[in-house]
Ligand binder design. Structure first.
Ligand code: ATP
Ligand code: MG
Length: 171
């Protein structure tokens, strides 16, 4: 089956969960999924849930556990670069028909990765692999290169009223 490059961006809620929904569907179809999470570190409830599908889903985190604001630390950058190398390895292995790079757009906009790094990954994608990239502030070059781009627009978000991420709902 031919695979495409999908991007879920925008400032509304639903980017990561859309990618997780796609992963669930893929698992149901017997497809193996590789999920890399940038920025994030630690227990997100989806990681717990995906453990039940450990024969079909591999999850790896390449973040330092916070939104990198301002100048990224050397630790943030080295975690992201480690992710980049690992993802290239995974894609080249041809073992995963579905690869999801959660928050990769944020890794680029924070300066943890160069846009070119992400473009190189897209170039590496074999014909039959689906590549999903999530995160607000997708770079125009990524949008240009993708086959599908969905922008989640925040008409309202309770974050604005001080509601931070809740276990089971946002994390
Ligand atoms: P979900 O994982 O629920 O699908 P998402 O992937 O679309 O959401 P992200 O952009 O990855 O959402 O946001 C991660 C978290 O950042 C949110 O769960 C929320 O707590 C917080 N957040 C939401 N809006 C803002 C904002 N304007 N600025 C900073 N943090 C925000
Ligand atoms: Mg997200």
């Amino acid at each position: 089956m031919k695979g495409y490059v999908q991007v879920y961006t925008g400032d509304g809620k639903g980017k990561t969960t859309a990618a997780l929904g796609l992963a669930l569907r893929a698992v149901g179809a017997g497809l193996k999924v590789y999920l890399a999470q940038f920025i994030k570190r630690g227990t997100y409830s989806e990681i717990n849930a995906l453990k039940r599908f450990s024969d079909s889903v591999t999850v790896e985190q390449f973040g330092c556990g916070r939104f990198a604001k301002g100048k990224p630390s050397a630790e943030d950058i080295s975690a992201a670069r480690k992710g980049l190398a690992r993802i290239k390895e995974i894609i080249s292995s041809g073992q995963y028909p579905v690869v999801i790079l959660d928050e990769a757009n944020v890794a680029v906009s924070c300066g943890l990765l160069a846009v070119q790094d992400l473009l190189d990954i897209i170039d590496l994608k074999p014909e039959d692999m689906e590549l999903v990239i999530t995160g607000r502030d997708a770079a125009p070059q990524i949008v240009e290169k993708a086959d599908l781009v969905s922008e989640v627009n925040a008409i309202k978000h309770y974050f604005q009223n001080g509601v931070t991420a809740r276990i089971g709902i946002e994390k």
